[in-house]
Design a protein around this ligand. Structure first.
Ligand SMILES: [Zn+2]
Ligand SMILES: [Zn+2]
Length: 144
């Protein structure tokens, strides 16, 4: 059974509207310092989508972008400041923050960059020191 459901999301004020379609390549929590400082929160809940799965339906001109490094293009709404997504061109995937798509059935499968964690989470979900080997990381697991 192919799942091609579409889920809607928006920025904080609603001026930027997006949709995601199908299944994400991965879901989980990122504990890296970059996510923490940019989001002003201890953990970033991510959903990573392949090209074409994420569409900006409204307000594309309101999306601003900042790239501290070439691997992440972080985008937010210029009107409300609400974060919307991060493009990862080297991975070929787009992170739509789980909180932006509230109706999507978010099922976290991994915690990444757990060596940088400031908030320990005891949920039984695997914790990786950095990222999986397939993504160029060590693939090393850490205890909660
Ligand atoms: Zn907005
Ligand atoms: Zn991160």
């Amino acid at each position: 059974m192919s799942d091609t459901k579409t889920y809607s999301g928006s920025c904080f004020c609603g001026a930027v509207q997006i949709t995601v379609t199908g299944e994400p390549a991965a879901m989980g929590y990122c504990h890296c310092e970059s996510c923490r400082r940019w989001s002003a929160g201890p953990v970033n809940a991510f959903t990573l989508w392949p090209p074409g799965a994420v569409k900006i339906m409204q307000g594309a001109d309101l999306l601003a972008s900042y790239s501290k490094t070439p691997t992440s293009h972080r985008k937010w709404c210029k009107t409300c400041g609400g974060h919307v997504l991060t493009e990862h061109p080297t991975m070929g995937l787009t992170d739509v923050y789980a909180a932006v798509i509230p109706d999507f059935p978010y099922k976290p499968g991994v915690h990444v960059h757990y060596q940088e964690a400031v908030l320990r989470i005891h949920d039984g979900v695997p914790k990786l020191k950095d990222v999986p080997k397939e993504m160029g990381g060590s693939g090393i697991g850490l205890s909660e």
